[in-house]
Design a protein around this ligand. Sequence first.
Ligand code: HEC
Ligand code: HEC
Ligand code: HEC
Ligand code: HEC
Ligand code: HEC
Ligand code: HEC
Length: 352
Amino acid sequence: MKKKITSYLMFVLILSVGVITSCTKVGPAGPAGKDGTNGTNGTNGTDGTAGCIKCHDNSQTILAKSLQWEASVHATGGDFERNTKTCAPCHTSQGFLETVENTPSGGERPDTTAATIEDPAPQNCYTCHEIHQTYTPADWTNTTTAPVKLWISGKTVDFGKGNLCANCHQPRVPNPLPVVGGDSVTVTSPYWGVHHGPQAGILAGSGGYEIGSGYSNSFHTTVVTNGCVTCHMAEPFGTQAGGHQMGMTYLYHGHEKINTAGCITCHPSGLDAKIAATQTEVLDLLAQLKTLLVNHGAMSASGRIITGKMSANVAGALLNYNMVEADGSEGVHNADYVKTLLNNSIQALGSK
Ligand code: HEC
Ligand code: HEC
Ligand code: HEC
Ligand code: HEC
Ligand code: HEC
Ligand code: HEC
């Protein structure tokens, strides 16, 4: 009997606890707590997205620059598959950043990466800007603006903002490298030469096979303070030229025109005639030199190098031909230097 009463009381007790609990009323809300510490977007200690929206806003700036970049050879060239150690410093974004990081102050950028670059990317926003490092507009800073010590000559060139470009658009060092007055050399590869992008050497007037005398530079070498950037990244013509497309020419009613937006402050008039005169003269000198190189058995009629042993002057003339041709400006970058290189090479081969 006693046991029965106890379990009955226990039952009532459990039941009433349950009922009391479920019937508890919620009191009025207390005062709001204090704001927590702001979340930060990394290193700058501001609200999470305050830095982001300075760039990722509705200004369409990133879109406009991206459209130009997408139309550039940097995006379309496709040669970033050249990702092995000796090609990656210029052909891959990651290899470029690695070698810039490893450049000693005032010294030469390494001409190889430590290893093949896996998952290579072409030259893009992250290659040239410090995107997503502080997550503020300060990240538009270019990844390098330091003067560049050219691999081929050891000369340090300073093109301001154009130094960024000069790192990659510089002559590669041909192996073997002919020396003025030096021994014959044996060229073993039809691809021998300064490679496809020697523009910084041409603009600076450095790196050619400087036979003979009379070398000087055109005004462009010193007066165009941001070098490549002044002319190639001037006010764009749509996505065809200028800005982040970086090319110099566009089609206008079917005619190729040069984007002169970066030239006009210095050349308010008469520019087309000046360009035509320079390019006609340089193309003519290139043709003359080619004929001589073919006669010397160093080049085929189609312009391909014929490998073998050759005098330093013949190899040097080949180097100069290759350098001026690959430069792509047909003398505009540095007319004086280019004309002297070609004239002196012609004289050296003609008199042999
Ligand atoms: C200096 C300007 C700038 C700032 C500040 C910035 N971004 Fe970007 N962001 C870029 C650029 C440039 C790209 C690459 C553009 C593209 O690929 O369309 C990019 C790309 C991105 C992408 C696309 C994926 C990727 O990584 O390519 C995301 C997502 C992004 N940003 C988020 C953020 C966030 C979140 C913040 C702030 C924490 C931020 N960004 C701050 C400029 C900026
Ligand atoms: C990381 C190396 C690198 C940097 C930095 C760089 N370029 Fe380039 N550039 C290249 C390579 C490589 C190509 C060819 C791309 C390909 O074929 O895939 C190229 C192509 C070009 C072309 C097109 C050439 C043609 O044949 O039509 C122009 C113009 C150009 N770059 C200008 C510039 C300018 C101006 C800068 C500086 C603002 C610059 N580049 C910075 C490596 C670079
Ligand atoms: C100093 C930087 C640099 C290095 C190193 C370099 N390249 Fe290039 N390369 C360039 C530039 C710049 C261009 C684009 C030139 C232009 O179009 O005006 C280019 C263009 C090319 C092209 C396209 C040629 C064409 O006619 O369209 C190929 C292919 C190429 N490189 C292969 C290589 C290979 C393979 C290596 C390694 C053995 C290499 N490059 C190393 C800078 C470099
Ligand atoms: C080959 C190098 C290169 C690449 C790739 C590149 N930029 Fe630039 N960018 C530059 C240089 C150099 C300047 C400075 C131009 C000037 O001062 O005239 C610049 C300027 C800018 C500016 C103006 C910055 C400011 O301080 O006002 C913006 C915005 C910009 N770039 C966005 C981009 C975006 C977005 C991408 C990718 C789609 C990109 N850039 C890719 C070289 C590059
Ligand atoms: C004084 C203005 C000027 C400067 C400075 C300059 N360029 Fe050019 N560049 C030109 C012109 C003009 C052409 C020839 C366009 C044509 O006739 O096709 C050209 C041609 C080129 C080409 C051939 C492909 C193309 O876009 O036509 C490349 C690549 C190039 N320049 C890269 C550079 C680099 C890299 C630098 C800096 C080292 C530089 N340029 C400096 C004006 C300039
Ligand atoms: C900062 C000033 C400056 C800029 C920018 C500039 N030039 Fe020049 N350029 C000169 C000077 C100075 C001369 C020598 C006097 C003359 O012939 O007008 C010159 C000469 C020339 C010559 C004659 C050959 C030579 O070098 O003596 C050509 C061709 C030329 N420039 C084309 C261009 C083109 C094309 C652009 C733009 C893509 C350009 N320049 C941008 C200052 C400049």
